[in-house]
Design a protein around this ligand. Structure first.
Ligand code: AMP
Length: 419
């Protein structure tokens, strides 16, 4: 079906104040927390050569069904980024920064998904990646940063689900065992899971369909297929989280959607939002990805948190409220506007947040606009004020009282009132 041309395309929206402001505060808070942990911002292209994202796995939905890809005018196969980890590893392979390399990012991703509440075709994520160390302490650091960020947002109903999917060799052995099991149980699986099985047996474990739940609950566990190295890595991650008093649940079916993960995988869910869309973030280790793109073997670990869905959880928990109105002063000028022009500029230079109205509207219309603006104080200039060298200051909140003050002391008086 064709979208109407002058509407935002399906799965996209315009964010206006206060949502746009809240988005910015969200990113600023994340920047502060990631920055103070030694992560520097990286700003990536919104599109890459399609092959970069092919690394997410040919059998994954993201690559098979959801990629916004096209041939550009120069005949290149291009895709809008469906996520940013692959781009970061591409950037690492291209620029070879010294290790450890710790970066954070924020911005939109694009997936051609079934648009619904909490699921968009353009959606924002914040996230970070750390390349270099194989140390389980780094997995713990990354998880802890996400956890502390949720705490800083005021979220209390977040669950951390943790798993290890072993090394790539462990996974090969596990997929064999899982496939044998699923082959025998195939007739009990939903039609969708039977199709998934044919393409990517691991993804069957993601299914939440009623028919599949029983089959999945009795499936062999990846945790019985871990090599010694992967097992001790997993143990250390768990011990570290316990030391930091970060609660978690081990969930052996947590394989995550993308092929590149090894060892640690994790997901954050919110108890306070709709169960079908309850994942608010996730991540894991991807030690082989850089090598797949042509660099020497370089371990990596990171996460991505969905901004839109995390804010839905904040709404449900009544945390991280929408910002207050940002204006402090509204200048009302009934002398034609020339005074507003000068006063507004002067006050803005002094650091006040100031607006005014235009088109020489009536006093009444300007006062209405002042009320609507959310400003705390109206500075009113009429002919009388000009001839007496004063301005009238009216309190737009509270009691609504007003007084005249000398133009000369206007800035000092406003500073006293507002700061
Ligand atoms: P993923 O890259 O699929 O692991 O996603 C990480 C997080 O991004 C998820 O937990 C969601 O919170 C969010 N997310 C993923 N896809 C979407 C989408 N289509 N719309 C909104 N949020 C999304």
């Amino acid at each position: 079906m064709k979208d109407s041309v002058y509407r935002a395309p399906k799965g996209t929206r315009d964010l206006v104040w206060p949502d746009s402001e809240r988005r910015r505060s969200f990113i600023n808070l994340f920047a502060e927390i990631a920055g103070s942990s030694g992560y520097a911002e990286i700003v990536l292209p919104m599109f890459e050569h399609r092959e970069v994202f092919q690394r997410l796995g040919d059998g994954t939905d993201v690559v098979r069904k959801e990629m916004y890809d096209f041939e550009d005018k120069g005949g290149r196969n291009i895709a809008l980024r469906p996520e940013q980890t692959a781009s970061i590893v591409r950037s690492y392979v291209e620029n070879r920064p010294s290790l450890p390399w710790k970066v954070w990012y924020a911005g939109p991703n694009f997936r051609y998904e079934r648009a619904q509440k909490g699921r968009f075709r353009q959606f924002d994520q914040v996230g970070l990646e750390a390349l270099g160390p194989e140390d389980p302490h780094l997995d713990i650091e990354v998880i802890a940063i996400a956890w502390r960020f949720y705490e800083a947002l005021g979220l209390r109903k977040v669950n951390l689900q943790l798993n290890s999917i072993g090394t790539s060799q462990d996974r090969v052995r596990y997929i064999e065992a899982l496939s044998r099991y699923l082959e025998n149980q195939k007739e009990f699986l939903s039609k969708e899971s039977q199709d998934t099985f044919a393409v990517n047996p691991l993804r069957v474990l993601d299914s939440k369909r009623d028919e599949d739940v029983q089959v999945i609950s009795e499936a062999p566990s990846i945790l019985d297929h871990l090599s010694d190295g992967a097992q001790s890595h997993f143990n250390e991650v768990q011990e570290g989280l316990e030391k930091l008093a970060i609660p978690y649940i081990v969930k052996p079916t947590l394989v995550r959607g993308l092929d590149y993960y090894v060892k640690t995988t994790f997901e954050f869910t919110s108890e306070s939002i709709d169960a079908a869309q309850d994942a608010i973030g996730g991540g894991g280790r991807y030690d082989g990805l850089a090598a797949e793109m042509g660099a020497p073997e370089t371990p990596g670990v990171g996460f991505a948190l969905g901004l839109d869905r995390t804010l839905m959880a904040c709404d449900a928990e009544k945390s991280f409220p929408e910002p207050e109105h940002m204006l402090e002063i509204f200048v009302v000028d009934t002398t034609g506007g020339a005074n507003a022009l000068v006063i507004t500029d002067e006050l803005r230079q002094e650091g006040f947040k100031v607006d005014r109205s235009f088109d020489d509207r009536s006093m009444k219309a300007q006062m209405k606009a002042a009320d609507k603006s959310g400003a705390k104080i109206a500075v009113i200039v009429g002919d009388d004020e000009v001839s007496n060298g004063v301005v009238t200051i009216r309190d737009l909140r509270g009691k609504g009282g007003q007084e005249e003050i000398a133009s000369e002391s206007m800035i000092a008086d406003l500073r006293k009132k507002l700061r």
